[in-house]
Design a protein around this ligand. Structure first.
Ligand SMILES: Cc1cc2nc3c(=O)[nH]c(=O)nc-3n(C[C@H](O)[C@H](O)[C@H](O)COP(=O)(O)OP(=O)(O)OC[C@H]3O[C@@H](n4cnc5c(N)ncnc54)[C@H](O)[C@@H]3O)c2cc1C
Length: 401
């Protein structure tokens, strides 16, 4: 039987927005709380994988995202030293999905569309300037303490979803550990409108470029090119990475040209590999970065968070509308999503980084050869694309009782 209390969601990032929209479409009362006065606009995720697009399509916003974004049908692993390019063509998975491409679109465009769509549902509220600061669990409810510009308020909810990102207050108040590690080095992300596609041969819009001296990721969003480089873990003067001189030198090293590059954004990110000890504690449930975080190589962070949110909202719908067994379904949510985060996402992203950064030329050559051989064999290439698109692991995890 439906609870009279709403589901309260902390955080209007991709995970919070998706779960709110799913529940609203089921006519389940939901309050989405965002601590900022508007949806955050930052340069983070820009790749939506096919399974995420399928989920977003079932919620009615994928077509608008596709209309705004850049469809990327092929992506490349490039060897900067010898010029070899291994190219994966996502048309190989056209028999598996109606979305055989990666959609390049800033994550804030997805949250904007979801927030706009939420306005069509009277059972949903999105409250800005509402920061979750504490909560208390009771037998059948959770009282959520929220800080607003008008002072503190208490909101009573049937479930509290912690979709409040890597530093999750919900996770901290719940006393749930966030096990793993933080890398010593940071990642520098810079954007520029310079048309790299006009100076590199056959450049795709998503490129992983290896080089024992300086690897990087070069990708295009719907608006701009973006370059990601690692920084030196031993460097103590982190400010230098954000200076014009440093960034111009890195861009000139990527492609030497006359005159300076026009630089858009520049951000230095910490890089973590962590998974929460539990995803569920009573009526408090974590999803997205609040539950797991990984390095961005491969674009699995936000996509994994969207998959959590979809899985969780589906289960909450069964619990709240059909009276399904909450304990059993939430335990299944934790098994399906946490196991996948630990066994697939963490392992793959750690491995991706190790391979990109190897200083050993032989290992580097072997890695590129493996990519070249895999890309050239349609059966192997399809399996690779299915894995990197997170389809294989997602399908496997859904088999888990
Ligand atoms: C450089 C970089 C590139 C990336 N590229 C990709 C990519 O291509 N593909 C990919 O899948 N992932 C990528 N990621 C990871 C991705 O950005 C995150 O996984 C994603 O943003 C997580 O979404 P989320 O909704 O869980 O949390 P967040 O996006 O962090 O959203 C959390 C929200 O909660 C709000 N909030 C926080 N605390 C509170 C509180 N107490 N009360 C109320 N609101 C609160 C915040 O303001 C925010 O709006 C990248 C990350 C980085 C750093």
């Amino acid at each position: 039987m439906m609870s009279a209390l709403p589901v309260v969601i902390a955080g209007a990032g991709p995970a919070g927005c998706l779960s709110a929209l799913y529940l609203a479409r089921q006519n389940i009362p939901v309050i989405l709380l965002e601590k900022h006065q508007q949806l955050p606009v930052d340069l983070r995720a820009s790749t939506f994988h096919p399974p995420s697009l399928e989920m977003l399509d079932s919620l009615g916003i994928a077509q608008a995202m596709i209309a705004q974004g850049l469809k990327v049908q092929r992506y490349q692993y490039r060897d900067r030293k010898n010029g070899d390019v291994a190219e994966f063509d996502m048309n190989l998975i056209a028999d598996e999905t109606q979305f055989p491409f990666r959609l390049q679109l800033e994550q804030y465009e997805m949250t904007r569309l979801a927030a706009k769509e939420l306005q069509n549902y009277p059972c949903a509220q999105l409250l800005f300037g509402h920061e979750v600061v504490d909560f208390e669990q009771h037998q059948d409810s959770v009282s959520v303490k929220v800080q607003t510009s008008d002072g503190e308020k208490i909101l009573n909810s049937c479930y509290l979803l912690g979709c409040d990102g890597a530093s999750s207050k919900v996770r901290k108040v719940a006393g749930i550990g966030y096990e793993g590690f933080t890398y010593d080095e940071k990642f520098l992300v810079v954007s520029t409108p310079f048309p790299f596609e006009q100076v590199f041969d056959n450049l795709s819009y998503v490129n992983y470029i290896s080089d024992p001296d300086e690897w990087c990721v070069l990708l295009r969003t719907e608006k701009i090119w973006r370059v990601l480089w690692p920084t030196d873990p031993a460097e103590t003067n982190l400010d230098k990475y954000l200076t014009d001189d440093f960034i111009q030198a890195r861009l000139q090293h990527l492609h030497a040209k006359a005159g300076d590059y026009q630089i858009g954004h520049r951000t230095l990110y910490n890089v973590h590999q962590r998974v929460a000890e539990h995803y569920v504690k009573g009526r408090v449930i974590l999803a997205g970065d609040a539950a797991h975080i990984n390095n961005p190589l491969g674009g699995m962070g936000m996509n994994g968070g969207l998959h959590d949110a979809f899985n969780l909202a589906e289960k909450l719908t069964a619990i709240l509308k059909q009276g399904a067994d909450a304990g059993a379904l939430l335990a299944q949510y934790q098994r399906q999503r946490k196991d996948l985060a630990v066994q697939f996402v963490q392992q793959h992203t750690i491995q991706n980084k190790q391979l990109m950064e190897t200083k050993d030329p032989q290992l580097q050559a072997k890695r590129q050869q493996w990519f070249m051989e895999t890309a050239a064999d349609p059966v192997k290439a399809k399996a690779f694309i299915m894995e990197r698109a997170m389809f294989s692991s997602l399908r496997e995890s859904l088999q888990q009782a």
